[in-house]
Design a protein around this ligand. Structure first.
Ligand code: CA
Length: 234
């Protein structure tokens, strides 16, 4: 497998007219796009070309796009933008738990598609080999993951181990929504308990320490019914 040097996308969509419309919309990004209309072909192209980004329709003729998503995720960290016809919190949680990075619902506009793709490319670049030790800064807060140090207005913020684990999980992938279950697994590493209840309590503590206005969080954002994400630029 030879990873491409320049960004390349793999677009998996069996509706040919829609696929062409999406390619036209993405032309402004000047990125080579590989095309596929089946899940089997998508897995083959993904393995052969190691694209920078995969845009994956869920309704495919030969298999369930969810299985394709899970299969790709078993072998690589390539960002996956899932295209779904269903708009529900449960569906979104399920897809993020399977390893999708983001989710777009049909029908969508060109601007939304381009914006989602750009956001994933920015994240892929930020999480690339040159930035293994993330350092994040908002207006008043800095997070240095290597040093395990958080400052607010220049003063060190004392976090409990659980608060730190939560912040670290989010800070390692800014802009990405982690589901309640994903956060719970990473921080508590056990299977019992209600993730949403635990998270509500500890997020409240964490926000009091690092958000300028804890009740109107700008940095650690709630995605209702789904999970939390860290907004990179405050
Ligand atoms: Ca389809």
């Amino acid at each position: 497998m030879i990873p491409s040097l320049a960004p390349t996308a793999l677009l998996v969509e069996d509706d040919v007219a829609l696929r062409h419309a999406m390619i036209e919309a993405l032309a402004q990004l000047h990125m080579p796009i590989l095309e596929s209309g089946t899940g089997a072909d998508a897995l083959k192209l993904a393995a052969e070309h190691a694209p920078t980004l995969i845009i994956l329709d869920l309704g495919l003729p030969d298999c369930d796009g969810r299985d394709v998503c899970a299969e790709i995720r078993r072998g690589s960290d390539t960002p996956i933008l899932v295209v779904s016809a269903r708009d529900s919190e449960a569906e979104k949680v399920h897809l993020l738990d399977l390893g999708a990075d983001d989710y777009i619902v049909k029908p969508f506009g060109n601007a939304e598609l381009v914006a989602r793709v750009q956001a994933l490319l920015r994240r892929a670049a930020r999480n690339g080999p040159l930035s293994q030790t993330p350092f994040l800064r908002s207006e008043s807060v800095t997070v240095d993951i290597a040093q395990r140090k958080v400052t607010r207005d220049g003063s060190v913020v004392r976090l409990t181990p659980i608060e730190w684990s939560l912040l670290e999980a989010l800070a390692r992938d800014p802009g990405r929504t982690l589901t309640h279950q994903q956060l719970f697994d990473r921080v508590w590493n056990r299977e019992f308990g209600n993730p949403q209840q635990y998270l509500r309590v500890y997020m409240t503590h964490l926000r009091r320490k690092i958000e300028p206005e804890p009740t109107v969080p700008r940095w650690i954002v709630t995605e209702p019914g789904v999970g939390y994400r860290l907004e990179p630029d405050g």
